[in-house]
Design a protein around this ligand. Sequence first.
Ligand SMILES: [Zn+2]
Ligand SMILES: [Zn+2]
Ligand SMILES: [Zn+2]
Length: 124
Amino acid sequence: MVEENKDNPKRVEYIDSDLFVPTNEWDKERFVGVYQCVICTGVVLKPVECSTPSCAMLYCEKCINGLREKKCPNRCGSKVFNQPNRHMKSQLNEFKFKCQNQPRCQEIVPYHSYERHFSECKAD
Ligand SMILES: [Zn+2]
Ligand SMILES: [Zn+2]
Ligand SMILES: [Zn+2]
């Protein structure tokens, strides 16, 4: 099988949650409780949201697709996942993360441009 991203090896596959830079305590709680994927423990990438309103957990699309049974791991049993709403997305986009190439790169990058920075980062 041909490797999917062969021409673009600098794609972000994972953002370690430890790279998160909270601007306040509230930020941190919200991030860990909502935007950290419980499957890979990283920051949710291309997030999908569980369709059960009382659950509404976010997961990486890739993590859900990688499950043997595509079912919400939060015991709610849902098999339907939606795009997160705009509010969730914009909150996530504003969260800031240290570059994965730290400490060689000291950049703090918002989620929405993380992939771009990563592919251009000189410290790799
Ligand atoms: Zn994940
Ligand atoms: Zn769920
Ligand atoms: Zn960098």
